[in-house]
Design a binder for this molecule. Sequence first.
Ligand code: KIV
Length: 267
Amino acid sequence: MNIHDFIRCKQRNQKISMITCYDYGFAKIIQGTPIDLILVGDSVAMTVHGYPNTLSATVDMMVMHTQAVVRGAPSKFVVGDLPFMSYRKGLKSAMQAVEKIMRAGASAIKLEGCEGNLKLIQHIVESGVPVMGHIGLMPQSVFSLGGYKVQGKDNNSQQKLLEQALALQQAGCFSVVLECVTEEVAQHISEKLTIPTIGIGAGRYVDGQVLVLQDLLGLNSDFKPKFVKTYLSGEQLVSEAINRYHQEVVAEVFPEPKNCFMLKAVS
Ligand code: KIV
């Protein structure tokens, strides 16, 4: 898949599936699935590194995880997130961050927000790098948004979201993530745009969906927002397997002869 395929998907009303991934092992599994895009999101700071929010993600962190994912899923379209502040300190350092993430193997970058970013987006696109926008709930702005809240509830913010989405499209974004936006607003925006919208907590009428891998695998039981669907009881299954291993070690059930290297074959 490439950026033109994603736009064709929208034209054909074919939904796009995106999933986050941060490491080689899961990327190898995703490589064998029909998932359309992988996002190496700055949510890695929370899901993998245990920080309370995404503000701790750095360019170096994103580069390392992007490299691992691309090694595991070499033929997938991988989007690398530009982390907090990496694109807000001037064109030169923003472009250095973009360059590092693209050289790590990403096929595109994603950045949050519209105001103050449009010229930069245009410059990145003109430099040959596809850009995915991200509006609605923007976790990098969690303190100015006053928390993780659904966006687009009143007329003003609905109008603003539409204007932002149109401005991102005009600046050259090939798609836009709509995070935690009311379904009606996400639908309206999706109908107005020619580029695909990818929703997370944005309801049914967007052009594609994205979920955090750990959430859909049920690996994070502390986090169960309404918009997440859990497809596996991952935490329970992993914990059961580790418990069984522990019990077999203390009961001397594991290792069995078949797990051992022996000088002589056991009859
Ligand atoms: O970092 C991330 O996981 C994201 C998704 C929530 C879209 O930006």
